[in-house]
Design a protein around this ligand. Structure first.
Ligand SMILES: Cc1cc2nc3c(=O)[nH]c(=O)nc-3n(C[C@H](O)[C@H](O)[C@H](O)COP(=O)(O)O)c2cc1C
Length: 166
């Protein structure tokens, strides 16, 4: 599948089978947020600051706690075989960019643009690999930050798996 085909194939899909995401697919997704061994990154970053982080929620964070910290009922958060978190260090961005705009809007916009570029890369990689995925950014604050218990600001979750057979 080429990039244009992946763009055409991408849809938000929320129904997942129990089939796990293969380790190679998971590694490919997480690698999108890392510098490549030969240098270079899959997404741009203002000043190359790299404030955005992508990681697997893993088994230690209860899924029902995650699902309770989003708006509406979103049962796909309970059932997705893989749940990624896109978060950012807003403090570093403010320290770098607030001289340009003391309101802080510039710093925040830069972080969200960076996160959006990475998110789309994740979604297109899922499309390319035949994985179903949906971004979940309807997050209730401060509940969601409490669930992950770290100072980074959670921007979006990404629920990923194989499409459930109809
Ligand atoms: C910023 C943002 C937040 C979103 N939050 C949620 C969400 O909380 N739950 C959800 O199921 N989908 C969420 N979505 C996915 C949208 O519902 C979806 O993109 C939209 O319905 C269009 O469908 P498509 O992605 O198939 O084109 C979000 C998308 C974006 C860009």
């Amino acid at each position: 599948m080429n990039l244009y085909e992946a763009l055409r194939a991408r849809r938000s899909r929320r129904e997942f089978s129990a089939e796990p995401v293969a380790p190679t697919d998971k590694a490919a997704l997480l690698d999108l947020a890392r510098e490549r061994p030969e240098g270079g990154w899959a997404y741009p970053s203002a000043h190359g600051l790299r404030t955005v982080t992508l990681y697997d929620v893993g088994p230690h964070v209860p899924r029902n706690a995650v699902e309770s910290a989003v708006f509406d009922e979103q049962p796909w958060l309970l059932h997705a075989p893989l749940l990624l978190v896109l978060s950012a260090d807003l403090g570093r961005a403010h320290a770098e960019f607030d001289f340009q705009d003391p309101s802080g809007n510039q710093a925040r916009d830069f972080v969200m643009l960076e996160a959006g570029c990475l998110l789309q890369s994740v979604l297109l990689t899922c499309a390319d690999r035949g994985l179903a995925a949906v971004p979940v950014a309807g997050l209730r604050r401060p509940d969601i930050d409490g669930v992950f218990g770290h100072p980074a600001h959670v921007i979006s979750l990404v629920a990923i798996g194989h499409t459930a057979a109809n």
